[in-house]
Ligand binder design. Structure first.
Ligand code: FAQ
Length: 314
């Protein structure tokens, strides 16, 4: 019988794996804080994908053509798939999926602030694809190099699909911008409403982000919230110009010295209000998720009964 390694040795092996930029796998020893941080972030991410189906799902029955409906349906189904990969990644850390769902519905775990805003017109579908999926890609491409193997691997597929989502949003907006004055006004109005919430997706400013420093030391996160927000602004402004829309920020200006756009400060009070559960749609989003969960109870019971029967007949 081999003697199990002492915690000191295990901890040194963990540190060495992180320092060598290799992956931690579920079977490996890891500090409790590392596991807790990952479960928190991955669960929040999974919940965001699932709740994120609602603003666009709102337009499935009213898509203006069969083509737009098929594209939107595929996108919304992809988001469900992303939620499933992520819940599976959380399970490899010992989290229980039913428990995570209960925590979402009870408000004990967060989901992205962005999904607490309403989608008022079909232009919002395009802007969600362009800006919300665009911000998601900006944030998630570096997560493909996250130190926890199952999370990093899930992100590779998620990012590929998000790229298609962003593209379909931009193409939809391009089409609308080539349409009537009313259509162009709808696009501008949607950009005006989603721009600041999209910037808030990256999380609080670095000097108010309690988790970033440790998460970067553990190489769960690769960049700070402000670094990624800047990258997103730099990437989006030329796209806005090509589209022919403006963003609602009087402070936006190219800064030659920095080689980046300067931009205004998001309303952090609004952000705090939304993540505290008091945004425009928080109550509705959770009520819809709770109803879907309760309505699906019979499916879970039937699946469990089938699995028991299969197990007994083996
Ligand atoms: N909303 O210390 P930090 C998508 C919380 S997926 C709500 O900076 P951290 C796809 C944070 O949890 C979008 N809460 O935290 C799609 C923490 O709370 P806690 C989701 C937020 O973790 C597209 C506290 O504030 N993406 O869009 C937000 O180091 C279209 C302090 O913050 C991910 O989840 C927020 N925006 O950095 C689907 C990506 N920001 O638990 C459908 C993975 C922060 O300490 C349609 N996650 N908080 O009480 C991450 O990269 C990170 O978790 C951050 C936050 C960057 C979001």
């Amino acid at each position: 019988m081999t003697t199990p390694p002492a915690t000191g040795e295990l901890s040194a092996a963990f540190d060495a794996t992180i320092a060598a930029d290799q992956r931690i796998e579920p079977r490996d020893w890891m500090p409790d804080g590392y596991r807790r941080t990952l479960v928190r972030q991955i669960a929040q991410h999974a919940h965001s994908e699932i709740i994120g189906m609602q603003p666009e799902g709102n337009w499935l029955t009213r898509a203006p053509s069969l083509r737009r409906k098929a594209i939107l349906l595929a996108k919304v189904q992809d988001e469900a798939g992303h939620g499933l990969y992520l819940y599976s990644a959380a399970e490899t850390l010992g989290a229980d999926r039913a428990d995570l769902t209960a925590k979402l519905i009870d408000g004990a775990q967060k989901y992205s602030s962005i999904f607490n805003y309403p989608s008022l017109t079909f232009a919002d579908v395009g802007v969600i694809g362009w800006l919300v999926d665009g911000a998601a890609i900006c944030n998630q491409v570096p997560l493909c190099r996250s130190s926890f193997g199952p999370y990093a691997r899930a992100m590779i597929r998620v990012c590929k699909e998000e790229s298609f989502h962003q593209r379909q949003g931009y193409e939809l907006l391009m089409t609308m911008m080539g349409g009537t004055v009313e259509q162009r006004d709808m696009v501008q109005d949607a950009v005006d409403r989603w721009w600041w919430p999209a910037l808030m997706m990256f999380g609080p400013p670095d000097d108010a982000s309690p988790n970033t420093e440790q998460s970067m030391r553990w190489r769960i996160k690769r960049h700070t919230n402000d670094e990624l927000r800047q990258r997103f602004v730099d990437m989006s402004i030329p796209q806005a110009q090509a589209l022919g829309v403006t963003v609602p920020d009087p402070e936006l200006a190219w800064n030659d010295e920095r080689g980046h756009y300067d931009f205004g400060t998001p309303d952090w009070h609004e952000f705090a209000t939304v993540i505290a559960g008091n945004g425009p749609c928080n109550t509705e989003r959770i009520a819809v998720r709770r109803a879907a969960h309760e309505d699906g109870a019979w499916v879970r019971e039937a699946a469990a009964a089938f699995a028991r029967r299969e197990g007994a007949s083996r």
